[in-house]
Design a protein around this ligand. Structure first.
Ligand code: PEP
Ligand code: MG
Length: 576
């Protein structure tokens, strides 16, 4: 039994068998073949080599025209690997000798090559490992006839173990048999972690070295609440966690008694509790957990795991569906937030040194009005089917808001010309997630219909801590006095301008911190659906006056740890 501690990224406990997912890694099992089958296996190998060659040449041509010839030359080394006689001959001779399927033989030869290169003290040769690896995976994919990574193979619920997962990898788990996931890399509010919450599966990230320690098929306990992972637990531990699971279920049942009731404090202040979603079909779960509406619909996931971009009609149908399903409750559609840790191959966003500070979200949309206006038109068209609002991500100052609104106006004019109906008064909100927006919230409030504080980004920019980096995760503190002061400033500015302020970052779903946020005057919370019952339970158990006192006490403290402990103690008293 091995016990590891990482960062709990999505709550809950899961017990199950490990399924290792490498970067484009394929689990190739040995299958014995007969002597007669050898020519066919060689033919399959040759075809895979030809197909891979064609793919690389095509890729090279595209890179050459998009980025230049020098960048395209990188692929010459890949083509050389394909022609490596030694590698090809070794595969064929082992195939004849060992009589296993060619995919297995090739994966074994590949592993051997890489381990030999790893031992050589030569920087140039070391660099070739990446080429061999890359081409090798391509050949293997073609040999196996696979398009993408192996999640489709999961016949039973399994726990994914991976070095790292991109948000699009995680999005691909949406309809797959995944019970939980654990990764070497990652931070608490990376989009990968956020996706785990929306999939309602536990996740622990930042477990440096877990991929080395786990073997396929090992039994794992994943505790997303405490960030603990146990490999091959003994009987007693297994029992202990099974009991913990039951306990969690009882607590959830207790919270769920109030899920359909409004979130009103004991002295009558009503708070709106909304849900965050990434996919339209989550509305079912949103309703199940008693949400009053959707406070953040992250639309960029619509673009992931596909080769083309969604058309205006596809956008429209998705938003119409969500609007109709949630009507009369409101749905806040956040316009495309690409870049940062979310990349889409369709748009060929160049690799940047600091993607979170780069061509992201509204910056990308303002530079690509064609993509932006297509989405705006679809949102506008869907606005006649329910209570839709729209919201821009990553606004850093009033000029960006005005430019975005200018394009919104153009989108409206285009629809008018076509005689299409839309809600001309659709509320337009601003996400406050850049410190410059927080500091100028009074200016923005005059031209925005509402605010929504995106703490996932606001914290990373305020404290200079990459939200996805496990090495600095200890510095990522939602309760840091600097963060709390910014939040207070935003709420006060919004209220002075008589607009509402919501929070849709993960901080809003931290029950103890919710006490402080309530006390600071936050009007709305938008959280992962499964947190809603607990949040309602807490709000219904407290008075507004009492949380105002808690907030003002918290604002006097000097460190995030002090604030967190203070808030946890107050919450424990309330829940008692
Ligand atoms: C945020 O930054 O808090 C937010 C809600 O947006 P995202 O997590 O998608 O960046
Ligand atoms: Mg954000």
């Amino acid at each position: 039994m091995i016990k590891l501690k990482g960062i709990g990224a999505a709550g809950g406990i899961s017990i199950g068998a490990a399924y290792k997912l490498g970067k484009e890694e394929f689990v190739v099992l040995p299958e014995t073949i007969t002597w007669e089958e050898i020519p066919l296996q060689i033919q399959l190998f040759e075809e895979a080599l030809i197909k891979t060659r064609r793919e690389i040449i095509e890729l090279q041509k595209r890179i050459s025209s998009d980025m230049g010839q020098e960048e395209a030359q990188i692929f010459d080394a890949h083509l050389l690997v394909l022609e490596d006689r030694m590698l090809i001959e070794e595969v064929i001779s082992r195939l004849k000798k060992e009589q296993f399927n060619v995919a297995y033989i090739f994966s074994e030869v590949l592993k051997k090559y890489i381990s030999v290169f790893l031992k050589i003290e030569d920087e140039y040769l070391k660099e070739r490992i990446a080429d061999i690896n890359d081409v090798g995976k391509r050949i293997l994919r073609n040999l196996l006839g696979k398009e993408k990574r192996g999640l489709d193979d999961l016949k039973e619920k399994a726990i994914i173990v991976s070095h790292d997962l991109s948000p699009s990898d995680t999005a691909a788990m949406h309809t797959k048999n995944v019970a939980a996931f654990v990764t070497d890399m990652g931070g608490k509010t990376s989009h990968t972690a956020i996706m785990a919450k929306s999939l309602e599966i536990p996740a622990v990230v930042g477990l440096e070295g877990i991929t080395v320690k786990v073997n396929p098929g090992d039994i794992l306990i994943v505790d997303g609440n405490t960030g603990t992972v146990i490999i091959n637990p003994d009987e007693a531990t297994l029992k202990e966690y099974q009991q913990e699971l039951l306990k969690l279920r009882h607590i959830a049942e207790r919270f769920s008694l109030v899920k359909e009731l409004p979130a009103i404090t004991t002295d009558g202040r009503e708070i709106l509790i909304n849900a965050n979603i990434e996919f339209p079909d989550e509305v079912a779960s949103v309703k199940l957990h008693g949400s009053e509406g959707i406070g953040l619909y992250r639309t960029e996931f619509f673009y992931m795991n596909r080769k083309d971009s969604p058309s205006e009609e596809e956008h429209y149908q998705a938003y119409k569906y969500v609007a109709e399903q949630m009507n009369p409750h409101s749905v806040v559609i956040r316009t495309l937030d690409l870049g940062g840790d979310k990349f889409l191959s369709q748009f060929q966003i160049p690799h940047e040194m600091q993607p979170f500070l780069g061509w992201r979200a509204i910056r990308f949309c303002l530079a690509r009005p064609d993509i932006f206006k297509l989405q705006l038109r679809a949102i506008l068209r869907a606005s006649v089917h329910g209570n839709l609002k729209l919201m821009y991500p990553m606004i850093s100052g009033i000029e960006e808001l005005r430019q975005a609104n200018g394009l919104l106006q153009e989108a409206k004019d285009e629809l008018r010309q076509k005689g299409m109906k839309f809600n001309d008064n659709i509320p337009v909100g601003v996400m406050i997630e850049v410190p410059s927006a927080a500091m100028t919230a009074d200016i923005l409030a005059k031209e925005a219909d509402f605010f929504s504080i995106g703490t996932n980004d606001l914290i990373q920019y305020c404290l200079a801590v990459d939200r996805g980096n496990e090495k600095v995760a200890y510095l990522y503190e939602p309760a840091h006095p600097a963060v709390l002061r910014m939040i207070r400033m935003v709420i006060d500015s919004a209220h002075q301008a008589k607009i509402k302020v919501a929070m849709c970052g993960e901080m809003a779903g931290e029950p103890s911190l919710a006490l402080i946020l309530l006390g600071l005057g936050l009007d709305e919370f938008s959280v992962p659906p499964q947190v809603i019952p607990e949040l309602k339970f807490i709000i219904r158990a407290i008075g507004f006056k009492a949380v105002q006192d808690i907030a003002s006490e918290a604002m006097k403290l000097s460190t995030g740890t002090q604030v967190e402990e203070f808030a946890k103690d107050r919450l424990a008293e309330i829940l008692k």
